[in-house]
Design a protein around this ligand. Structure first.
Ligand SMILES: [Zn+2]
Length: 159
């Protein structure tokens, strides 16, 4: 075992090894491979292999200064991205994504409930954007005021 370790140490001496960029590239490879099972299999596996080759090229490289510069470039971009997401604008983008996600989930819920109860009930969504509870109202009751059972918001609908 020690012999192998010595050999490896010998082989690695004077070579760059791994850094933060290595870890990031390895994560990119893994994500591409996992995603390639679901879609764009060909393209994503080509990207994964290309990134992997570059990743190992950097680890075994003897041009330490060039690799350090690449890592510094990566860290600079990473900090900028992190700073963006901590800033007001970044938080706005995050909130917008969450809101879109909630609307999509809400629309799917309405479709599901309509399939289940659509014959006898109207499915209404509470207009309060923080609540969006689904409310079942029997059909044919005419103009009615509905009170959301979750947040107690009142709204008027034709049933
Ligand atoms: Zn509500």
């Amino acid at each position: 075992m020690n012999q192998w370790r010595d050999k490896l140490q010998n082989f690695m001496s004077g070579r760059y090894g791994s850094d933060e960029l290595t870890r990031f590239l390895t994560a990119v490879v893994l994500i591409c491979l996992v995603l390639s099972f679901f879609f764009l299999g060909g393209i994503l596996s080509v990207i994964a292999v290309a990134v992997l080759i570059y990743d190992y090229y950097r680890i075994f490289s003897r041009n330490l200064q060039a690799r350090r510069n690449e890592n510094a470039w990566y860290l600079d971009k990473k900090y900028k991205v992190q700073a963006f997401f901590r800033s007001g604008k970044g938080r706005a983008v995050g909130n917008w994504c969450r809101q879109v996600g909630r609307n999509i989930r809400s629309a799917f819920q309405t479709i599901k409930l309509n399939l289940k109860y659509g014959k006898e009930y109207h499915i209404y969504t509470c207009p309060n954007p923080e609540c969006r509870a689904k409310i079942r109202v029997p059909k044919g009751k005419g103009h009615i005021e509905i009170t959301c059972p979750k947040c107690h918001e009142k709204f008027v609908r034709n049933s």
